[in-house]
Design a protein around this ligand. Structure first.
Ligand code: HEC
Ligand code: HEC
Length: 284
């Protein structure tokens, strides 16, 4: 048998009774009948050796899951964006300020913001994820406690900020001061983790469209984060998703907010340059 020579991923793929090759479906995503989402587009130039086309994870979900994202009244993630708005207006910390004290109207001040994160922050001299920037404003500008990195408060706020950019193409910079971080993230993406010795690329680049156990493998894009998952009935922060995927390789994982995951987020975000910001999205 050739079985021995097979990679671990092939073994996993074979662990389902019938290996079905199922490409992304042809559905189109228009939210509330008006916001047209780019769920498929040409891969960014830096990916051209690896793939021609990039797809939102939405395209790999079942119709019933997809339907929950078509209308904001059906999208369970939107409730959390509303909670985020309460937080936006709430005065906290020693400076006696709320987010609204400095940024005014969230729709105006945060439009387009989500599409560019993670990005370089000149004042801090570091690459910041959106979560880091939110906490930067809390600690530096409000003199308030930071949110726990993957807490409900954090994902509520991320959802609120993300909604203001829905439909806009992800446009994350990969050069200049972020380049070294981006390279580190790329290296991680192709590193094999855990007892199964699987890299992100083994699943999300080489096997998207295939079934793995009961799951239809997507490209592992993050344009939809934060993501409401039916599995745990809450909004999920992107670093929690990274953690889960590495854990599935039976690997030792990194902490949310760690430099490793910040770099990985920048790189994975850049693989989705051109797809619409979808958060809060719905997945299983
Ligand atoms: C005292 C004023 C002040 C308060 C209060 C404040 N911010 Fe900010 N915020 C700023 C300034 C100034 C900047 C731009 C400079 C920087 O990058 O640090 C900024 C930048 C940001 C950005 C990045 C925007 C971009 O274009 O990249 C986000 C996101 C943000 N704030 C979110 C928040 C949130 C959420 C809160 C409440 C939890 C908040 N801010 C509270 C002053 C404030
Ligand atoms: C053993 C295969 C496997 C490996 C290795 C793996 N993943 Fe996943 N990943 C999955 C499965 C299965 C899902 C759920 C179905 C889907 O969306 O692809 C998933 C989902 C995701 C999602 C959610 C996509 C969405 O649309 O919400 C992201 C993001 C992701 N993975 C990133 C990563 C990253 C980054 C790595 C490397 C650290 C990685 N994955 C490694 C199997 C894997």
């Amino acid at each position: 048998m050739k079985f021995k020579a097979m990679t671990a991923v092939a073994a996993l793929l074979l662990s389902v009774p019938a290996v079905t090759l199922a490409d992304p479906d042809g559905d189109s995503l228009v939210i509330n009948g008006e916001i047209e989402m780019i769920t498929e587009t040409a891969a960014p130039a830096h990916l051209s050796d690896a793939m021609d086309t990039i797809y939102s994870g939405w395209r790999f979900r079942e119709d019933e899951t997809q339907a929950l994202q078509l209308d904001d009244f059906d999208n369970p993630g939107m409730i959390f964006a509303d909670l985020g708005l309460d937080q936006w207006n709430k005065v906290e910390g020693e400076a006696g300020k709320s987010c609204a004290s400095c940024h005014d109207d969230v729709a105006e001040s945060m439009k387009g913001v989500r599409a560019t994160y993670p990005k370089w922050n000149e004042t801090a001299g570091e690459v910041r994820t959106l979560a880091m920037q939110i906490n930067g404003c809390r600690t530096e500008n409000m003199k308030a406690e930071p949110y726990k990195y993957t807490s409900g408060e954090m994902t509520n706020m991320e959802a609120l900020i993300s909604v203001q950019s829905r439909g806009m193409p992800v446009d994350v910079a990969i050069d200049g001061p972020v380049q070294a971080t981006w390279e580190a993230g790329k290296e991680m993406y192709y590193t094999r983790f855990g007892q199964l010795e699987l890299s992100c690329a083994n699943c999300h680049e080489q096997n998207y469209g295939n079934m793995i156990r009961a799951d239809h493998l997507s490209q592992g894009q993050i344009n939809g984060f934060p993501t409401y998952r039916l599995k745990n009935a809450k909004l999920n922060q992107v670093h929690d998703r990274f953690k889960g995927c590495i854990r599935d390789t039976r690997g030792h994982t990194f902490d949310p907010g760690s430099p490793e995951f910040v770099a990985l987020e920048l790189y994975v975000a850049s693989r989705g340059n051109g797809l619409s910001v979808e958060g809060p999205s719905v997945r299983n």
